[in-house]
Design a protein around this ligand. Structure first.
Ligand code: ATP
Ligand code: MG
Length: 556
């Protein structure tokens, strides 16, 4: 694929400047820090391309760190799927780390902060604490527990971790400044109690769990991260990120946080919580339902890692949040599959076509070009015979002059890659249903011969009756009916598009597809790009539509 030179994104520019200035002795270290509470989605792919991309481009290392500080929602299933998806996207981490590896170290730092008089145990409820937060223009109110003796804080903090104290009844807070203009400095919560959910790695060893703000920066510091890249909602957390690290750092080294815009795409949701709801309530066929914006869903849909990476490259990185049109993602799929997917014939609603002047019982082998858009894609052999399948919609018994396909006494039509035929009539059953369409062919019009150059107005798909195989085809459309389901009032599930999946059971495809394997890509001529579903077997072929050939929505 053609590499187009692009200018540096703003984070690359920062990294280059840091390198020029010799910061961190030229060392570049990033991390990708997913919480293992769901499957990765295309938004994560944007972060992955950044985090791993920076390391790759500047000879650094990117580690995978599971941000596993909340056992209520986390699971090894997610840990495994995240690793699989990153590798599939084409990236390799240096090390795998877990925030839970640092629970002891973080605990020790929290104890030190208490001893320094910079943290205290608050016994108020979450509601009370929230009420005292104040507003950006009004200072907050200090907790009545703020000035309790250090010894008491130490004793209670330890009890928070033994199970003696019920979840929700105490938290550890940093004692910073309840009047700070930055709300995150108003005595942020450092630890909370979680008792009823064993951690997927540490089991029931811990009952007090560190909050994101306390765990994330320290973890970056422990690992030696130089550029801690995240999304814009963390801009307001950055001063606190720096503050916590400053409390403990024993050298000049500091990880630095940089933020870029989150990816949002129209007609879908990008929140793990909402996706989990769709999965748990059976509203989609699992995390890898081809309508889901998850990496595994896109994979099952027929997207390749290259298509996803090219899409991410196209949208770029900025410092303003926005919404990307789904059609841009689909465009990336078309662009990528164009050279990758062989052209084959599929008929969704078949009707028989009999070529009455073709020898009875005769057949021949035609050479079909696999992919005119790819070099060296070669040819394949396809059988042609007297009786073939065509698309029912390509025949009209009574058509006006504007109909260029088959109609009795109508215009000549080319059977793709084969001969020119002309319709002479049709046969029907007792109920008046058309059972076969009749035509004659021009034996001198074979594609690939001189007569093959004869031009007619239209070309239609066909399949040899003896070799075509049955297939189920699944047509996917937008998952939601509205551009931004998250911005609407009410329940987002009410906004699901009821027509997002159409299953066609009686389709036929070329015999050459009989052995097609999950994830194989094809272009069904004139229809779109399709991919073999993971549940497809030689006895029951299933194809998922990745994307139509053209953007049908743009027309609507
Ligand atoms: P969700 O809200 O869906 O649960 P999250 O931000 O909580 O997502 P994490 O697992 O914490 O998910 O994310 C890991 C990394 O991926 C973070 O650095 C986060 O900033 C980034 N990320 C998550 N969602 C997006 C997105 N839509 N666009 C770009 N980066 C994202
Ligand atoms: Mg998160």
């Amino acid at each position: 694929m053609e590499e187009t030179a692009r200018s540096l994104n703003f984070i690359e520019a920062i990294v280059e400047k840091d390198l020029q200035e010799g910061k961190n002795n030229g060392r570049i270290q990033t991390r990708f820090p997913p919480e293992p509470n769901g499957y990765l989605h295309i938004g994560h792919a944007k972060a992955i391309c950044m985090d791993f991309g920076i390391a790759q481009k500047y000879g650094g290392v990117c580690n995978l760190r599971f941000d596993d500080t909340n056992p209520t929602k986390e699971d090894v299933e997610y840990v495994d799927s995240i690793q699989e998806d990153i590798k599939w996207l084409g990236f390799q981490w240096g090390n795998v780390y877990y925030a839970s590896d640092y629970f002891q170290k973080l605990w020790d730092l929290a104890i030190k902060l208490i001893e320094d008089g910079k943290a205290y145990v608050d016994e108020q409820s979450a509601e009370e604490i929230a009420k005292q937060k104040g507003t950006p223009t009004e200072p907050g109110t200090e907790s009545p527990y703020r000035n309790r003796p250090i010894e008491e804080n130490l004793r209670l903090f330890k009890q928070m971790n033994t199970g003696e104290i019920p979840a929700g009844s105490m938290v550890l807070r940093a004692k910073i400044d309840m009047a700070s203009p930055n709300m995150h400095f108003r005595d942020p919560i450092m630890y909370r109690i979680i008792t009823d959910y064993p951690h997927h790695r540490t089991g029931t060893q811990w009952k007090a769990y560190p909050m994101y703000d306390f765990a994330h920066g320290q973890s970056d510091y422990f690992e030696g991260v130089t550029h801690s890249i995240c999304t814009l909602e963390f801009v307001v957390h950055r001063p606190l990120y720096d503050w916590f690290i400053d409390q403990f750092a024993d050298s000049d080294y500091r990880p630095r946080q940089y933020e870029f815009n989150r990816l949002n795409i129209t007609y879908t949701v990008m929140s793990k919580r909402k996706m989990l709801q769709l999965v748990q309530e059976g509203l989609v066929d699992g995390w890898d339902d081809p309508r889901m914006p998850t990496i595994c869903g896109l994979r099952r849909r027929g997207y390749t890692p290259e298509a996803i990476r090219n899409f991410i490259d196209k949208i770029g990185y900025t410092k303003v949040d926005g919404m990307i049109d789904l059609s841009l993602l689909e465009y990336s799929a078309r662009e990528d599959l164009k050279t990758r997917a062989n052209r084959v014939c599929a008929i969704f609603d078949p009707v028989k076509l009999v070529i009455t002047n073709y020898p009875e019982g005769g057949s021949e082998t035609l050479q079909m070009e696999n992919n005119p858009d790819a070099e060296n894609a070669g040819v394949r052999e396809v059988k042609f015979s007297r009786e073939i399948w065509i698309e029912r919609g390509d025949f009209l018994e009574n058509a006006d002059k504007d109909f260029y396909r088959l109609t009795p006494g109508g215009r000549e039509v080319r059977l793709k890659g084969a001969y020119i035929v002309q319709c002479t009539g049709c046969n029907k059953d007792a109920n008046g249903n058309i059972t076969e369409v009749l035509c004659t062919y021009d034996p001198d019009s074979k594609s690939g011969t001189e007569g093959g150059n004869r031009k007619v107005k239209s070309t239609i798909n066909w399949l040899d009756m003896n070799t075509a195989v049955k297939a189920e085809v699944r047509l996917y459309d937008r998952l939601f009916n509205v551009e931004d389901p998250s911005a609407e009032e009410g329940d987002f599930r009410d906004l699901l598009n009821p027509g997002s999946l159409t299953v066609l059971k009686g389709c036929l495809v070329e015999g050459s597809l009989a052995g097609a394997k999950p994830l194989d890509h094809f272009q069904f001529l004139k229809i779109g790009y399709f991919c073999v579903d993971k549940h497809s077997t030689p006895g029951h072929l299933i194809f998922n539509r990745t994307v139509s050939l053209k953007d049908n929505w743009a027309k609507k």
